[in-house]
Design a protein around this ligand. Sequence first.
Ligand SMILES: [Fe+2]
Length: 282
Amino acid sequence: MRLREIMAVLIPHLHAVVRELRLTPEEWLQAIQFLTRTGQICSDRRQEFILLSDTLGISMLVDAINNRKIDDVTPSTVLGPFYVNGAPALSMGENIALHGRGEPLFVSGTLSDETGRPLEGAVLDVWQTSEDGFYDTQDDTQPDMNLRGVFRTGADGRFWFRSIVPASYPIPSDGPVGDMLKALNRHPMRPAHIHFILRAIGYDTLTTHIFIDGDTYLDSDAVFGVKDALIKPLMAATSEQQAEHALPQGCKALHVDFRLQPEALAHVAGAPASEQKAGAHA
Ligand SMILES: [Fe+2]
């Protein structure tokens, strides 16, 4: 039974921590109170335990162990606490920014298999922050499902949609996880990114981000989620893109080609942690 196996490892490690640190009753009570506060601040809109897992690097470690990839496919990264199931299904080219603010962005690319063959009928579930670094679930000035959308590729595997340039943002730092970061002299910032969950029949579901190149926080992401292969440059939209998609003047563009791993290839994937920047500022 897996639970028995987990507890047989967990308990000796916990005892070893207490023994090595010679914890006092007061310190142990502080730990219990910290975990209690972490639970108490959770709601349907806030998941402090995921933040705790993310900021301790455990989410990325679980991801690295469970999402081994062959070299030719797009790496995964953390889901994060702001995913919402049931985002609206949109047509290619639609704008996921409903709130009328921010710097216009055109996002385009392809979904293919590990050899570059386009994947038809693949689903992209996309979400990101507003221009001031908040998700719709954190900000009453944004409509529900703002900056979220689900797209399905056609036969050419291409996708494209409109949005705004995302901002780097602090993870919620007004709770126990924020107190922990402050006490450890760590900042709460994440570099600007767009989240993707990519699904296609016969392929491993890929949960990942695309980060904007040049962001100040790429080397010190509070949740250790950055991988080099996920950093893409923000360009000016080309005149062809502007004409074809009726983009506003000065629109920025982000291009990304995703490659998904066939389910059957998981067992031949290489070492999981080779590309991580985790621990860069711990
Ligand atoms: Fe995020």
